[in-house]
Design a protein around this ligand. Sequence first.
Ligand code: FAD
Length: 515
Amino acid sequence: ERPIETLQKACRETAHKRQFINVGSAVVHWFKSDLRLHDSRALYAAYQFAKEHQIPLIGLYIVSPEDWTAHLTSPARVDFTLRTLKRLQQDLGELDIPLHMETQEKRRAIPKRVVELCQKWGAKSLYANIEYEVDELRREAKLVRLCADNDVSFTPSHDTCVVTPGALASQQGKQYSVYTPWYRSWLAFLKENPDYLEISEEPGSNPGNARQQFKGLFDCKLPDPPNTHTLSDEDQKRFEGLYPAGEHEALQRLENFLEEKGKEYEELRSMLSGESTSVLSPYLACGALSARTAVAAAKKINKGHIDRYDPGYMTWISELAWRDFYKHVLVNWPFICMNKCFKPEHTNIEWEYDKDQFQAWCDGKTGFPIVDAAMRQLRHCAWMHNRTRMVVSSFLTKDLMLDWRRGERYFMENLIDGDFASNHGGWGFGSSTGVDPQPYFRIFNPLRQSERFDPEGEYIRHWLPELRDVSGKAIHEPYARGAAAIAQKNGYPRPIVDHAESRDRALGRFKKAIQ
Ligand code: FAD
C-alpha cells in the first residue's frame, strides 16, 4: 500500500467518528512547509471554521531536530525557515492569531504532541496541508486515527501541488512516469478545471478573542536550530541580503520577475550571467509562496492562458509544472524515497567512490571552470542555476562516475531550496537513473556547456577569482588554451579527468548494466 493510500484509508475509516465531534472552543492550523497566509487551502478552511463558530484560530508549528539533520536540510534553509517563521508570527499577530512554536526531540512523538496541544487548548478541529514525503504521509495517517480516537477532527488538505497527485492518468489508467505526456495532461486538466487555479483568500482577524483566551501564546520564541545548523554571522547576513524572508518578499519577487523578465524567460533562462530566472525556489520550498499563486499570476499576465501566446510565460509555467511532476512521481513511486533508482536495471551500474574526487567536486576544484564556478556559487549562495545543476550532476555521475546519491545528499545539505522530490528528480535526470531520465548516451560536455551558456565567461570569472585575469575563450579551458601560466600562478587546478576518456567509461558502464 502506498502511503497516500494509507492516509486515504485512515480518513475513510474514521469518517463516522469525526462526524460526531463537536465544535470545541478553538481551531488549530498546523503550519509545515506552507509558511504563509495567502492562498493556503487548509489555513483558509481553518479560518472559515473559526469564523462560522466564532471561536479563536491558533497557528501551530512543531519541529524535531531530526527534521533538521544534515542530509535533510541545510543550515541556510534552517535559517531561512526561522526568518520566515518570524515574519509569519508578526503577520498572524496583526490578525490577533497566535503562532505556537515548539521543538520535539523525536519526530515520531509529534502526532501525540499535536493531539495533546489540541486538547490543552480545547480545540476539536485541526487543519493542515499535506506533505508528500513517505514519512510525512505515514505520520498524517497515524494522526488522523489518533485524533479521531481522542475526539479531535483532523482535516488534511491537498495544497502544495497545483494539480493534486493521482489526478492525472493515461488512457489506460496508468500514472505517468514521462514528463511530456504528463505535462500535456496537466495542461488539459487545468483548462477543464480552472478552479484548481483559484486562489484561497487570506484569513481575516481572529474571530474569537484569542488575545484574552490564549494570551500566553502570542510571544512564543522561535525554535532553536540544532548546533550543527547554526550559521556564522557573516553567512547569516549574506543570506538575509540575498533572500529576505516572508511572503511579502516572495509575492513582490513574483510580480517583478513576471513584469521584468517573464517575456524573455524562454530565450534567456539558460544563460548563466544576468539573473534570468526568478530565484523563487527558496520561497516555494518553505511555502512562503504557493505554486498555484505563481502559475495563476503567470496565466494572468499571459492574457489568461497557460498553453499559448507568449513563449516566455508558457515556458515558466512548464518549469513550475516540473515541480508538480516530481511530487506526483514521489507519491506514485514512494520507494524512490529509499535512495533507490527508478528502474531496476540501473541498480547494476558500477559506481566509483573516490573521496578526493568527490571533495574536489564539492570544493569547486575539478579544473573544469564551469563546474567549479557552479559549486562555488552553491557554497556562497546556497543556490545554483538550473543549467549548472544539470552540468554538475552530469559531471559527478558521468565524468567522475561517482554514485549519484552522494551528489543528491550534498545538494540537500547545502541548498536553501532543498526539496526532496525536485532534488531526487534532478539527480535522476542528470545521472540518467531516474524517472524520465536524460538518455545515458547524452553526456553533457562541460566545455560545450560553458561556451554555450557562458559565452563571455562572466559567470566563471565572477565565481573563480583565480581565473579573473584570463581573457577570451581561454576562460573555458585555461590549461589547453594558453592561459596555463595564470591558472597555475593562482593555484587553479588542472582537469582531474579527461572528458573523452570518462565519457567512454560511463557509456561502457551504463551499457553493461542495462544489457
Ligand atoms: P525558475 O527557472 O524561475 O523556475 C520557477 C520554479 O519552477 C522554480 O522555483 C522551481 O520551483 C520550479 N522548477 C524549475 N525548474 C525545475 C525543475 N527542473 N525541477 C523541479 N522544479 C523546477 N529545485 C528545487 O526547488 N529544490 C531542489 O532541491 C532542486 N534540486 C535540483 C537538483 C538537480 C540536480 C537539478 C538538475 C535540478 C534541481 N532543482 C531543484 C530544480 C531547479 O534547478 C530549481 O528549481 C531552479 O534552479 C530554481 O531556480 P528559480 O527559482 O530561479 O527557477
